[in-house]
Design a protein around this ligand. Structure first.
Ligand code: SF4
Length: 267
């Protein structure tokens, strides 16, 4: 299913079920493998080893990884959690990083795979950063409870816009699932993750008014005051393939940046 064929007002939980059937594979011993399209080091978070998973349950119109990972399902190769562990440790060791993460698509689609990976990292000194859109964690508090058992985990929930309307405009998903994104923060805080430190929101603000942002902060503070104080503000970076997607979706950012970091007000 490509960006061009996704239905408007889709259900991202049902889409996760469809994507899961293609991007995961269960072995006889119960091990869940996940498709990855690459492993890499990078400067984010002060230096981090990254595994980019294939497949996502949203179709954001600004997604940087839409060509290779998030809007695709059949790219890449299957990896066991142990193989991913070895690759991430090898990159982190070689470069002196203290953190690892999954990125690219939506990691939480492969629940057993992610939990096994966290178990493997539990006996190390690495920090594991789970970047997620939160939909599946918001829909099932037992997912948050399982994640909260791992002491070296930090969860970054990436919120798509500042309201139900913006969420729909940016993702084409049913607007009410915006609440699922916020609920994931609540479920993770309720499960014991320290707000602002071990769970925090990132918010795509390129398409938002300052008034809508303030309204979102009020909603975040209603979950926990520290969540509204520790927002990681995200803006679109205008890589050529992102500009192509934005145009295809008719999205015009109010604020965006060129890849060199220079502000660009319009595409
Ligand atoms: S949730 Fe993230 S990975 Fe998925 S489409 Fe949106 S920006 Fe891309």
């Amino acid at each position: 299913m490509s960006i061009l064929t996704i239905a408007s007002h889709y259900d991202p939980i049902k889409l996760a079920d469809k994507v899961r059937r293609v991007v995961t594979r269960s072995r006889l011993n119960g091990v869940e493998e996940r498709r990855y399209y690459r492993f890499r080091g990078g400067r984010w978070y002060g230096g981090i080893a990254t595994g980019d998973v294939v497949g996502c349950n949203l179709r954001c119109g600004f997604c940087w990884s839409w060509r290779e990972a998030s809007h695709r399902m059949v790219e890449g190769s299957f990896y066991k959690p142990e193989e991913v562990f070895r690759k991430l440790v090898s990159i982190a060791d070689a470069r002196g990083y203290r953190a690892v993460r999954l990125s690219g698509g939506e990691p939480t689609i492969s629940r057993r795979h992610v939990l096994k990976l966290l178990e493997l990292f539990e006996d190390t000194s690495y920090t594991f950063i789970l970047e997620t859109n939160g939909i599946l964690i918001g829909a099932d508090k037992t997912y948050a409870e399982e994640l909260a058992k791992y002491k070296n985990l930090i969860v970054r929930v990436s919120i798509k816009g500042t309201s139900e309307e913006e969420f729909h405009m940016l993702t084409l998903a049913e607007p009410s699932f915006f609440q699922c994104q916020l609920k994931s923060l609540k479920n993770l805080v309720d499960a014991g993750l320290e707000p602002g430190r071990r769970v925090y929101p990132a918010v795509m603000l390129s398409f938002s008014s300052s008034e809508n942002y303030e309204n979102l902060k009020t909603r975040l503070a209603g979950i926990h005051p520290l969540l509204s104080e520790e927002v990681d503000e995200e803006y679109v970076i205008l890589y050529p393939h992102v500009v192509k997607l934005l145009k295809n979706r008719g999205l015009k950012p109010k604020i965006a940046y060129k890849p060199e970091g220079i502000p660009a007000s319009m595409i």
